[in-house]
Ligand binder design. Structure first.
Ligand code: FRU
Length: 501
């Protein structure tokens, strides 16, 4: 018979066991992000089907529920009321006889143009790429087609359209990632689709029959890799309207591997045109890919979410139960830069709800400062200064990530070579990470930094330049080190943030 003591120990162990399962579900594994969206378990890549409908933001995502590396793609699903706090939902789309479910978008078919719902209960329609793996393995090139699915219960359950695919493959190896929106001015659904080295624009009156209207991109912009995940939308600056086209490329990013470029131009319902000659990046950091914006946000705000990883090492990052996360959502706008109109990305006001305390504020004079900050790995840090050159680091006794700002050179250089666990892939530290700040004309610069367990998002001058990067510190960072050789003071604010899980 067990002694009372043994029974006690056994039940305690049982309890501990139960707790540790619970702990896993509570997102407490090493490197697990605390206020960013990451899948409950297993592999995730691109955000998909971003739509606001019936008071809810939907986030679908490329998901492989069987492993922590890429595999047969599904659409995972989560919902939010504020884009900050998320609730996980069951998987929305599963592979079928036409193939894996690759990236795409979602629209609310308010007038039931597709006939897949009713006028009383209009459908949500998901538009995505089918990828037929057996055909690819057999050496075919026409294995990507476009399909649709519909939901009559606000996105909870989905039915595949019975006559899929709706766009057959025209003989192009890369033919994917449909982003669809309703274009009021020409009364038509518009689809942006990428085809290797260019964009194809299609029109439709019913989301089922599509007609190619134009192409864009051959010889324009960055072409270091294949074009992926397009998005086309309108933004206004000082009463003037501009069309913005996002195109992700992999590889060929400014810091190696994948990244997202953008073009500012015009769109008339049929054709996108631009006179932009240089290459512009949504985010200069290495870890913001395949980002697109929400359809149907009230007041036409453009909310953006990116996948916070890079194909150069995404499948090797040192997590075990789950892999990779999304960026914080960002509101896109335009600003007048020294060289024309550019894209700006700001963290949403809703992120204020993450603040666990009011910021502690201090002024750092010339020289070196070491500021203890327990909990820095889940925090918001804000620096503001007219200093032309200085550096700041997030660190603990053995691990550090350093940002060196040099306004004369017009750039920020980040060094994550000693940021924590870096041994999982050479590509993670092989590139010098730089971000262009030359086009920002503000006299003093602000640096807003969101730090989570394995990510850093740096927004310069309110998001006129961004640098998003992953880091995998084994102990959290607990100090900020600033090196300021100039005579200009630096204002520093710091505060801890709450978790969302
Ligand atoms: C971008 C991408 C898309 C594709 C999806 C597959 O990261 O390669 O082009 O649809 O991922 O998971």
């Amino acid at each position: 018979m067990m002694s009372i003591k043994k029974v006690f120990i056994a039940s305690f162990a049982l309890l501990l066991g139960a707790c540790s399962t619970k702990t896993t579900m509570n997102y407490n594994e090493p490197y697990r992000l605390q206020y960013h969206f990451s899948p409950p378990q297993k592999w995730m890549n691109d955000p998909n089907g971003l739509i606001y409908e019936n008071g809810t933001y939907h986030l679908f995502y490329q998901y492989y529920p069987e492993d922590i590396v890429w595999g047969p793609m599904h659409w995972g699903h989560a919902v939010s009321k504020d884009l900050i706090h998320w609730e996980n939902k069951p998987i929305a789309l599963f592979p079928d006889e036409h193939g894996y479910i690759f990236s795409g978008s979602a629209v609310y078919d308010k007038e039931n143009t597709s006939g897949l719902g009713t006028t009383e209960n209009p459908p949500l329609i998901a538009i995505f790429t089918y990828h037929k793996m057996e055909a690819e393995k057999a050496g075919d090139i026409d294995y990507q087609t476009q399909g649709i699915a519909y939901s009559l219960d606000h996105g909870d359950t989905w039915t595949m359209y019975q006559n899929n695919p709706v766009i057959a493959n025209p003989g192009l190896k890369d033919f994917r990632d449909p982003k669809v929106f309703w274009h009021e001015a020409s009364s038509s659904w518009i689809m942006s689709l990428v085809a290797g080295d260019h964009l194809q624009l299609f029109r439709s009156s019913n989301l089922i029959d599509w007609e190619l209207s134009s192409t864009f991109g051959q010889g324009v912009g960055a072409h270091g890799g294949v074009w992926e995940c397009p998005d086309l939308f309108e933004l206004e600056l000082n009463g003037e309207k501009h069309w913005v086209l996002l195109i992700s490329i992999n590889p060929g990013g400014p810091n190696g591997g994948s990244a997202t470029q953008y073009f500012i131009g015009d769109f008339d319902g049929y054709t996108f045109s631009t006179d932009q000659e240089d290459i512009r990046w949504v985010d200069h950091g290495p870890d913001n890919y395949a980002g697109v914006t929400y359809n149907d946000v009230p007041d036409d705000s453009r909310m953006f979410i990116g996948w916070m990883s890079n194909w150069a090492y995404a499948q090797q990052t040192p997590t075990e139960a789950w892999r990779s996360s999304m960026t914080l959502p960002r509101k896109l706008s335009l600003f007048q830069a020294t060289d024309g109109v550019r894209l700006q990305s700001q963290v949403l006001e809703a992120a204020d709800s993450l603040k666990a305390e009011s910021p502690s504020v201090e002024t750092l004079d010339s020289g070196q400062s070491l500021i203890p900050f327990e909990g820095a790995s889940q925090s918001r840090i804000y620096l503001e200064t007219a200093a032309e050159a200085f550096s700041f680091a997030l660190q603990n006794d053995t691990e550090r990530v350093v940002f060196s700002i040099n306004r004369a050179d017009g750039e920020i250089v980040a060094d994550r070579s000693k940021s924590g666990n870096v041994s999982f892939s050479e590509a993670f530290t092989s590139e010098e990470l730089t971000a262009d700040i030359s086009y920002i004309n503000d006299e003093s610069l602000s640096f807003e930094i969101y730090v989570d367990a394995s990510s850093i998002e740096l927004l310069v001058a309110g998001g006129k330049t961004l640098m998003t990067l992953q880091v995998f510190p084994d102990q959290g960072y607990n100090q900020i080190a600033v090196d300021n050789p100039t005579n200009e003071a630096i204002r520093l604010e710091k505060q801890r943030l709450k978790g969302i899980w």
